[in-house]
Design a protein around this ligand. Structure first.
Ligand SMILES: [Zn+2]
Ligand SMILES: [Zn+2]
Length: 374
């Protein structure tokens, strides 16, 4: 990516009372984007971070949104103009969300934060302050801020998300959602958001080393994920179980940790089998599977080292399939070698004609075909 040289500005040249501040940190600005000329930065460094994170994609949209409005002489003209701006805002927001999701799924938090913040500020302009449509934006800001170690910003973002969700809890028939509520897609979407909120809050507590609260929050996530995804053995529940397993690993409760990771691997295998052998759509998006993949990979390496071959072998096969189905192009390139590692390990402990061995070989062949590996 070629990053354009920002233009140096003289802060004194702006009319009184219009102080230009850095888009990333809020400090007094010294530079501006040379193309749109509506976004300002304190340093070349912050210009670069924003440019890579989101600005290269949204520069032309922001030029239209933040630039001088045309002269409007009639009511009809004003309506047309507002409608045009709303459409541009929507497009710009969608781009910012995509950028932030992509960086978050690769756990690149420095680059994820600018997109997350832009999508939040546009969502605030587009929707009512208590609209559930703001929640995903708050959650993205929370996740990216946490990754950067900005715990106060993360806390504020998650508190705002919680406030909105509480306001909408009246759509539920009881204070805690139950299975029959899920017939209503609106309620289901809200319950899923609430699950994600608990997950991020759990992560925040873990960052603050309050593992007890982290486990309680993540347990809520487990329940709500199971509820909103149609059962306790779904891929969504598997993600929540991975987080729970990871927390128990941190508190030294290894037996519990193993139990949750085993369950997660089992549910993921079930969902992957449906995708690979029955051509059903995989229920998780790339970003949702990113953290579990990292956790399970660490675990598989550990199991391999400890000689827990059956577990490690199966885990590598699951990881290979998961990388193929949810990974970035780069990770998909690694998928085949993961399944081969899994099959090799399993060969040491399983009979060639056992069901698990046949499953592993079938997965490996499928991944090979899909990866175009030779
Ligand atoms: Zn700055
Ligand atoms: Zn620009």
């Amino acid at each position: 990516m070629v990053i354009p040289e920002p233009i140096q500005i003289n802060p004194l040249s702006f009319s009184k009372g219009t102080k230009r501040v850095c888009k990333l940190c809020g400090k007094g600005a010294k530079y501006m984007c040379p193309s749109c000329r509506v976004v300002f930065y304190c340093s070349k460094e912050h210009h670069k971070t924003d440019y890579i994170g989101v600005h290269s994609i949204v520069c032309s949209y922001l030029a239209q949104l933040r630039g001088e409005p045309p002269e409007i002489t009639s009511e009809a003209q004003r309506k047309d103009y507002e409608e045009k701006m709303r459409k541009i805002k929507e497009k710009c927001r969608a781009e910012a969300v995509n950028q932030a999701s992509a960086f978050l799924s690769r756990q690149e938090y420095v680059q994820a934060l600018p997109g997350a913040r832009l999508s939040l500020s546009l969502a605030r302009e587009l929707f009512d302050p208590s609209s559930p449509q703001l929640v995903p934006a708050y959650l993205q800001v929370g996740e990216a801020a946490m990754g950067r170690g900005y715990l106060e910003l993360a806390e504020t973002a998650l508190a705002s998300a919680r406030w909105i969700i509480l306001q909408h809890s009246s759509v539920l028939h009881t204070s805690e959602p139950v299975f029959s509520d899920m017939d209503d897609p609106k309620v289901q979407a809200l319950v899923r958001l609430r699950g994600k909120l608990h997950r991020q809050t759990g992560k925040l507590h873990a960052f603050q080393k309050d593992f007890k609260s982290a486990i309680i929050e993540t347990a809520h996530d487990t329940y709500l994920s199971a509820l909103s995804s149609g059962g306790p053995d779904s891929a969504h529940t598997a993600v929540a179980f991975c987080h729970l397993g990871n927390l128990f690993l941190k508190t030294g409760e290894n037996k519990k940790s193993v139990k949750f990771f085993d369950k997660a691997a089992m549910f993921l295998r079930k969902a992957l089998d449906k995708t690979i052998f029955d051509e059903e759509e995989f229920p998780l998006e790339g970003g949702e599977a990113a953290e579990p993949r990292v956790m399970l990979e660490r675990l598989a390496q550990l199991q391999k080292k400890n000689g827990d071959k059956e577990r490690a072998g199966k885990m590598f096969v699951v990881l290979g399939c998961l990388a193929l189905v949810t990974g970035t192009p780069e990770e998909r390139g690694d998928a085949y070698s993961k399944t081969v590692t899994g099959v090799d390990i399993l060969r040491e402990v399983l009979d060639e004609d056992s069901d698990d061995m046949k499953w592993a070989i079938r997965c490996c062949e499928y991944v090979k075909k899909r990866c175009g590996a030779r």
